[in-house]
Design a protein around this ligand. Sequence first.
Ligand code: XMP
Length: 317
Amino acid sequence: NFTPNSFVEDIVEELRVRLGNDKVVLGLSGGVDSTVAAVLLNRAIGSNLYCIFVNNGLLRKDEFQNVLHQYKDMGLNVKGVDASDRFLSQLAGIDDPETKRKTIGRVFIEVFDDEAHQITDVKWLAQGTIYPDVIESVSVKGPSATIKSHHNVGGLPDFMKLQVVEPLRMLFKDEVRRVGATLGIDPELLGRHPFPGPGLSIRILGDITPEKVRILQEVDHIFIQGLKDHGLYDKVWQAGAILLPVNSVGVMGDERTYEKVVALRAVESTDGMTADWVHLPYDFLMKISNEIINKVKGVNRVVYDISSKPPATIEWE
Ligand code: XMP
């Protein structure tokens, strides 16, 4: 029977003994797992834990600044690295989904390696790996797995030669959340929907431009904030918006418009392996659709995805 309190006591002690005065580097993603891992390590070794939070330019609207603030408020020794331009310039012109993923994985490794090199004498790489990641080690999902899938590409970056410490590797997701609650982590952060490592890049179908990222961030923000304001956020397992690579005709006043179409997606699931689309209230969808079309320049049509997984996937790419 899992008790978060004694888990925390035991693991913090174990980490103290194991890590001593060594320096540890950890990549924060804004997600639950890396955050809980960081807070545990921070309890054990304090500022010898060096956290790196990379902005790949494909996060949700204002997410980088907001989450970085939260991390600092938690007392973490964290460095925010805004590498948006580097990611977006490397992604320019790429429309194939797997090439997008590989590019983001590669640039992330380059950025992280540069940063890790600036910490003198670092001995350990900490990761927020949880038990399902351990058993599905063949999966290509998640930041740690993204790194693994690059093991064979032209030699290991130096940070991957570090000893690895994974304080959550025996825990399931709900246990990680309970540990997070025991540690006093903001319930809003612990209740966040999953968000893919490649971020909005795989929700912009076709090639990625800064303007498309801006449009999608605005749309996504209206949708997610709407779910929160209407008490629907916690009833949904994952939600987001997709920017489609088509224009549609519309009218605005007396003018004919020819602008972008966005799709909204909200699913119920337990593990992401299967998923059902959520029957969001029509009134809510109407309100959100109006708000998006009125506020987001460049969008004149909103559709709702009513496909379940399988055969559709949660993401469109
Ligand atoms: P699909 O689209 O395969 O998504 O039904 C299932 C879950 O995995 C997430 N996902 C990813 N997460 N890197 C990630 O870290 C990826 O490349 C990736 N692709 C999909 C998706 O958001 C959903 O939660």
